[in-house]
Design a protein around this ligand. Structure first.
Ligand SMILES: C[S@@+](CC[C@H](N)C(=O)[O-])C[C@H]1O[C@@H](n2cnc3c(N)ncnc32)[C@H](O)[C@@H]1O
Length: 279
């Protein structure tokens, strides 16, 4: 049963980290001209209306995008500039009430030779996703289980691919499951760049995710985290694991993380980039 709906949380501190770093990873991969495939396994609805009842209920964006907006600086890290421009393109009259999600970020970076597949199992989320974007030969939507699509879509014919997995972690077993799913598909697509987002919660279950990855044969995993003091929220931080991070993206991710930390948390909080596993 799918009960999680991202619209209650859209625009919070974790979304900011997630979408900016995702953009940096894609940009790093696109330093090469060769076509690539992108899979957004847990896509959500693509664009979130922060004026809608769901988002207004918790106002999680108050300590996220609202804390950063408006961004006046002229000189920004590339990843921040990309994310800001995307929000501006969705909100031509100003503000950030139409908040782009992961699929919107990936769609905005799709080149004429790339392909994007976006999946969500939730009927409402899937309908909103399909209505929000124009499907075409290079951009497809699937009401399918993300784990099943790994086997169905990989390896891609382009031989280069970004696989973004952003589960809701409603079930505590999901931490282990997502790592095992990547470990299972990895022998069939070793060149893939796999990105997993995870929450940092009091239960500390991200250690299950780390343990499962360390047990796998995968030896090139970067870990990015940011946490702080976010009042009235259980989730005090979040992180991303990036398997085979593109070399070109690493300096950009560092610059993006430093900017987000400074502007969201000031001198407080914690952020880090380190290898979870490195050969
Ligand atoms: C955290 S939200 C996605 C947010 C989105 N990636 C973003 O950043 O804008 C997780 C989504 O995964 C969907 N979902 C949960 N389990 C799924 C599964 N096994 N396969 C596909 N989608 C699933 C939920 O309906 C939900 O919309």
């Amino acid at each position: 049963m799918l009960s999680y709906q991202h619209s209650y949380h859209a625009g919070n501190h974790a979304d900011i980290l997630k979408h900016i770093i995702l953009g940096d990873v894609v940009a790093g991969m696109q330093k090469k001209d060769t076509p690539m495939f992108m899979l957004d396994g847990f896509a959500g609805r693509g664009i979130y209306d922060l004026n809608a009842k769901d988002a207004q209920k918790k106002h999680e964006f108050d300590t996220g995008v609202a804390r950063l907006w408006p961004i006046q600086e002229k000189k920004l890290p590339e990843g921040i500039q990309r994310w800001k421009a995307l929000i501006e393109s969705e909100n031509p009259k100003g503000g950030f009430s139409r908040l782009p999600g992961s699929t919107a970020m990936l769609a905005s970076m799709l080149r004429s030779t790339d392909r994007l597949a976006a999946c969500d199992l939730h009927p409402q989320e899937f309908d909103a996703l399909r209505q929000g974007f124009r499907a075409h030969r290079r951009f497809s939507f699937h009401k399918r289980d993300a784990y099943e699509t790994l086997r169905a879509f990989l390896p891609p014919k382009e031989k280069r691919g970004l696989i973004f997995l952003d589960p809701s972690f409603e079930d505590k077993l999901e931490y282990q499951r997502v790592a095992e799913a990547i470990a299972d598909i990895y022998p069939h697509f070793r060149a893939g760049v796999y990105v997993v987002w995870y929450p940092i919660l009091p239960a500390g279950r991200e250690s299950d995710l780390f343990r499962a990855f360390k047990k796998s044969e995968i030896r090139n995993i970067l870990r990015i985290e940011m946490s702080g003091d976010f009042p009235d929220m259980q989730m005090q931080g979040s992180g991303m694991l990036i398997v085979n991070p593109p070399w070109h993206a690493q300096a950009q991710m560092k610059a993006s993380l430093a900017w987000v930390h400074e502007h969201l948390l000031g001198k407080h909080g914690h952020s880090s980039i380190q290898w979870l596993v490195k050969e």
